[in-house]
Design a protein around this ligand. Structure first.
Ligand code: CA
Length: 658
């Protein structure tokens, strides 16, 4: 018997005293409460029932009249580190389900603008029982609350918070993340929900990365996007008051960032795959994108992509930013950032135009507000000039009337190839172009918006059954006459056949653009977002539903990924035929016969020789990159020539995801 008692002590001891003491405070919460009647069919509003969640009685409960962004908690009077939380659901049929995705938050401001999550309940509750979870956050909070999930009326019978007084470890607070991904916390003033694209809601935005607040800054949030705004999971644009890097690997310091919702894209990664393709196409600028979890005013919103706002800026589309004073001479020549845009007519007057002969709608994204009248007229006339030359069939020859004098075919073809490989119905529904200062050339890019690509659009599904290219199949979408614009370049200009073969083959041969690398990228990304995608589809249980333009239901996350992989596997041979893939085309000059071949060691994006002998590194067109080094500094992706005494090698640094 003594032995058994000893065992019980051992087992019970840590459960009872490992945490801090049970905390008491002033009950606070959503004011407009709700009391269900005995038959459950009717209800009436009452106030001051927050205390029901802290009365130790599992038969009394807190409930609210509103269905979302509702909460109940304690004002502890002073900061406390919370190390344990307990909860029990409302004691009837719907109660257990209504705590799933409920979030525990802590704050030190009564307006909750500094709130961070401490825990999220992922299981259903049990009637008549408390459930408990340990909390590892080391920061102290005066205010602690439970925020009910969406459409759950914050039904909760009982809450218990354990911990100890103190501000905790403010240096390394060990903040909570929903998953391995960074957690983006948006706290708006008065918990106002963003409701349109025009009104910026004042906010504080906290981005938790590696369990630290990498960002904790004031800003605003509003909805963004067009069709994607109509989904229950909303896309947002956040704007910081001051320029801000959002995560350590983000290239730009910028105010504006986007949170892409990927509602109809059940892989949650179609944009990421397309951006990977664009990097392997060596496009000048590929938008930054990083998967994250998002919480708005305490309510978990799921897996998003934290992305660049596509704009003219260092670290983004890096061309000259125009000032309102740039109205003559070379200053007037750029930089301009344009979008051939089927939604252009929704923009304010003076920020868009239709082209002179084919009525192609063009939005001026930069300079802001369509620029000054001089700037607006300059770029409108310039685009009209390009259009008139492109449609000047059949004079596609070098000379004064060659559209190629003012249009970069290479970037156009790279953009085109990304659109065809990804099977993007919307390649010419929205197409970005730009013109820099002092340059005569209009370029195409960046690529953007792939949620209906990779066979995710009933209008074009299954794409690989369509003979020829997708864009001219009669089933792709376009901003007025943009497909004809593309057809002129791709079909009517006979020079383009060779150009396209070269652009496509270079990416295939030199940059490992192939099924195997993309399949590996998909697997790697799936591993990275696995925990997040599971929570996402708990929040948005649509895996078995047709949403947006979904052509089919695959039934599981893995099956959705496999559908993308199968599409790509069949897409490559199709495009190899159409684009006249040539395995001999390479930009890399093979080291000459009198140079011995050596094998460099590539580690990540640095290079050294096996014996750390010194060498020089060149780009493929012969420019010195690093001279007389034994190991390079981190290199941009691309193909390089390494030369050391009497020996040479070509090598390829492949892009990493971030
Ligand atoms: Ca109670």
């Amino acid at each position: 018997m003594k032995f058994i008692s000893f065992l019980i002590v051992l087992i019970i001891f840590p459960l009872t005293v490992s945490g801090g003491e049970k905390l008491t405070g002033t009950p606070i919460g959503t004011v407009r409460g709700l009391q269900y009647t005995n038959n459950g069919s009717s209800s009436y509003v009452v106030n001051n029932i927050q205390k029901n969640a802290f009365d130790g009685d599992l038969n009394t409960y807190f409930a609210t009249d509103a269905r979302s962004y509702t909460w109940v908690g304690l004002d502890l009077g002073k900061p406390h580190v919370i190390d344990r939380v307990g909860w029990s659901p409302r004691n009837d049929g719907v109660g257990p389900k209504r705590v799933q995705l409920g979030v525990i938050q802590g704050a030190n401001q009564s307006d909750w603008l500094d709130a961070v999550p401490l825990y999220m309940i992922t299981e259903e509750g049990v009637i008549g029982e408390m459930s408990y979870a340990d909390i590892d956050v080391k920061r102290g909070f005066r205010y602690i609350r439970y925020v009910g999930p969406s459409d759950a009326r914050c039904n909760i019978a009982e809450l218990e918070f354990y911990g100890y007084e103190g501000e905790g470890d403010t240096e390394t607070p060990n903040l909570y993340q929903f998953t391995n991904l960074p957690t983006v916390c948006i706290n708006t003033v008065n918990a106002e929900e963003p409701y349109d694209k025009e009104h910026d809601i004042t906010s504080n935005i906290i981005i938790v990365n590696n369990h630290e607040a990498y960002v904790d800054k004031p800003g605003t949030v509003r909805e963004r996007g067009n069709y994607s705004r109509t989904f229950p999971k909303k896309p947002w644009r956040i704007k910081f008051d001051k320029k801000q890097r959002v995560l350590p690997d983000a290239p730009a310091q910028a105010k504006k960032w986007t949170l892409i919702n990927n509602y109809g894209d059940k892989t949650l990664m179609r944009n990421l795959i397309a951006f990977e393709i664009a990097r392997r196409m060596d496009m000048k600028y590929v938008p930054y994108a990083h998967p994250v979890d998002v919480i708005l005013n305490g309510e978990f919103k799921g897996c998003y992509q934290l992305c660049d706002q596509v704009e003219v800026k260092e670290g983004r589309l890096d061309i000259t930013e125009m000032e309102p004073t740039d109205i003559s001479g070379e200053a007037l020549t750029g930089g301009y950032f344009l979008e051939i845009d089927a939604y252009a007519n929704q923009e304010p007057d003076g920020e868009w135009f239709t082209s002179a002969t084919k009525s192609i709608p063009v939005t001026i994204k930069s300079p802001d507000d369509g620029g000054t009248p001089e700037q607006y007229e300059y770029i409108r006339a310039y685009f009209n000039k390009l259009e008139s030359l492109v449609f000047r069939y059949p004079n596609y020859n070098p000379g004064p009337y060659d559209y190629r004098n003012i249009f970069d075919v290479e970037s156009f073809l790279k953009h085109f190839a990304v659109g065809e490989l990804s099977g993007n119905t919307d390649t010419y529904w929205s197409t970005y172009m730009y013109k820099d200062r002092g340059s005569d050339i209009i370029y195409t890019g960046p690529v953007w918006d792939f949620d209906i690509a990779f066979d995710n659009d009933f209008r074009t599904y299954p794409i690989n059954n369509i003979p020829g290219y997708l864009y001219c199949s009669g089933r792709a979408s376009e901003a007025t006459n943009m497909i004809n614009f593309a057809k002129r370049i791709l079909m009517a200009d006979t020079r383009t056949v060779d150009d396209l073969a070269r652009v496509w083959s270079l990416a295939r041969n030199d940059n490992n653009l192939n099924y195997e690398t993309l399949s590996a990228f998909i697997d790697k990304t799936a591993d990275e977002i696995d925990a997040s995608q599971k929570l996402n589809f708990l929040r948005w249980p649509i895996m078995d539903q047709i949403v947006h333009n979904n052509p089919v239901v695959s039934g599981s996350y893995e099956a959705e990924l496999n559908r993308v992989k199968d599409f790509l596997k069949n897409r490559f041979p199709r495009l190899d035929t159409l684009m006249k893939y040539d395995s001999t085309i390479s930009a890399v000059e093979t080291p000459s016969d009198d140079e011995a071949t050596i094998t460099p060691v590539i580690e990540g994006n640095t290079v050294h020789l096996i014996d750390y002998a010194p060498f020089d590194l060149y780009t493929i067109d012969g420019k010195m990159v690093q001279k007389n080094v034994t190991c390079t500094a981190p290199l941009a992706s691309g193909v390089y020539i390494l030369r050391t005494s009497g020996a040479a090698a070509k090598l390829s640094i492949t892009p990493s995801q971030k």
